[in-house]
Design a protein around this ligand. Structure first.
Ligand code: PLP
Length: 396
């Protein structure tokens, strides 16, 4: 059996998305900035994609800027808010300790430039509250950036409430919605979201393309100097094939959002229940406020990396945290943020499923993880000391 359970890292492109790209890799190859008919055909496609994306998010087409992906959108949103804030003498930004590195590293750079950054503590259940945001807002706060849903533990933040607080206080609110777009309902107007990042390859679209929504009136700073594409917000000839693939993938995902969420959540809960039967293991992140496809556990007495290798041998593509930190030996900053001790954070397993996952695959994964954890514990000196009572279990 070959099972792909790493959909938080990237997804397989849908047939609809692939087919939507093909004409633009072939016949329709004009540059949308060109005035001739070939250019105008490309421009029409671009306009239509922008309108369709906007319809999925509840905004106007003019509020969408195409980027190279989620990372670029995050960078641009935060840098733009910082430039706006700077002009008003506001150099304080609020975020959380468990954001994606595209956000955290951008904030680190701003810190070096003299911005003050408040990272909110994340509760043990993987959530922050709107009250925490309210308490942290100061007269010099120029931005609140809190992710919509976490990429490692899947927890869904109270974005509506945070948006309402920010609007009331007159502070810009950005959300990294890369894990949410195409999986959860988004309506930027009613949710009081000022800026939102998304990435196509997380919802069965192509890689290397994303978008930044910015409410009308928010001046975006271009990260790339060059031509006047994207209303001067992002220079460079537009990647029309990828944009067409993204628009098709988002439309498709949003049309089926309730049906998919229901089916995938049921599979997720079956997997959580099955893995919950493994002793001295614990689910990371709230069980209810959780992405439909996310399962993340810590198992005491094992190394996540070894577990991944065994699962790979059994045909399962899994992850121990985010794709960005795998390869480094540091434990996940997300698991540390929710209070897991280092030795526990090292024994983590993330399985992220999709609409393509079957019940049969779920049951195979439960069995495979059980066996693998048992096998690794059998060889582990750490586990022996726990069982002998020499050391105390952290996970009961
Ligand atoms: C994947 C991801 C990103 C980065 O998106 P890219 O398109 O790969 O640059 C940013 N934030 C979150 C939450 C993600 O999951």
């Amino acid at each position: 059996m070959k099972i792909y359970a790493d959909n938080a890292a990237t997804t397989r492109m849908s047939k609809t998305a692939v087919n939507a790209m093909l004409p633009y890799l072939d016949e329709v190859y004009g540059n949308p900035s060109s005035l001739h008919s070939a250019g105008q055909s490309a421009k029409e496609a671009l306009t239509s994609a922008r309108e369709r994306m906007a319809a999925c998010l509840g905004c106007d087409a003019g509020e969408i800027t195409f980027t190279s992906g989620g990372s670029e959108a995050d960078n641009q949103a935060i840098c733009s808010a910082a430039r706006i804030g700077e002009k008003q003498g506001k150099k304080h930004i609020i975020s959380t300790a468990f954001e994606h590195h595209a956000v955290l590293h951008t904030l680190n750079r701003l810190k070096e430039e003299g911005f003050e950054i408040t990272l909110l503590d994340v509760h043990e259940n993987g959530l922050v509250t709107a009250e925490q945001v309210r308490e942290a807002i100061r007269p010099d706060t120029c931005l609140v950036t809190v992710m919509y849903a976490n990429n490692e533990i899947g927890t869904i933040q109270p974005v509506d409430k945070i948006g309402a607080v920010c609007r009331e206080k007159g502070v810009l609110f950005h959300t990294d919605a890369v894990q949410a777009a195409g999986h959860l309902h988004i309506d930027v107007r009613s949710q009081n979201i000022d800026m939102l990042s998304l990435s196509a390859h997380k919802f069965h679209g192509p890689k290397g393309i994303g978008a930044l929504y910015a409410r009308r009136g928010i001046r975006l700073t271009s990260l790339i100097e060059g031509g006047a594409q994207e209303q001067g917000r992002r220079a460079g000839t537009e990647n029309i094939p990828a944009i067409m693939g993204m628009a098709a993938a988002l439309e498709e995902a949003c049309a089926d959002i309730d049906k998919n969420a229901k089916a995938v959540s049921a599979l997720r809960d079956r997997l959580i229940k099955g893995l919950g039967g493994i002793p001295h293991g614990v689910l990371n992140g709230d069980a209810v406020h959780r992405l439909p496809g996310n399962v993340n556990f810590c198992f005491e007495g094992i190394e996540g990396e070894s577990l991944l290798l065994i699962l790979d041998d059994k045909g399962i593509c899994a992850s121990s945290g985010s794709a960005c930190t795998s390869g480094s030996l540091d434990p996940s900053h997300v698991l540390l943020a929710i209070g897991r001790p280092h030795e526990i954070a090292h024994g983590s397993l993330r399985l992220t499923i999709s609409e393509e996952t079957t019940t049969e695959e779920i049951d195979y994964m439960i069995q495979a993880v059980r066996e693998a954890v048992e096998y690794l514990r059998g060889m582990s000196p750490v586990w022996r000391d726990l069982v002998n009572g020499k050391n105390k279990f952290v996970i009961p």
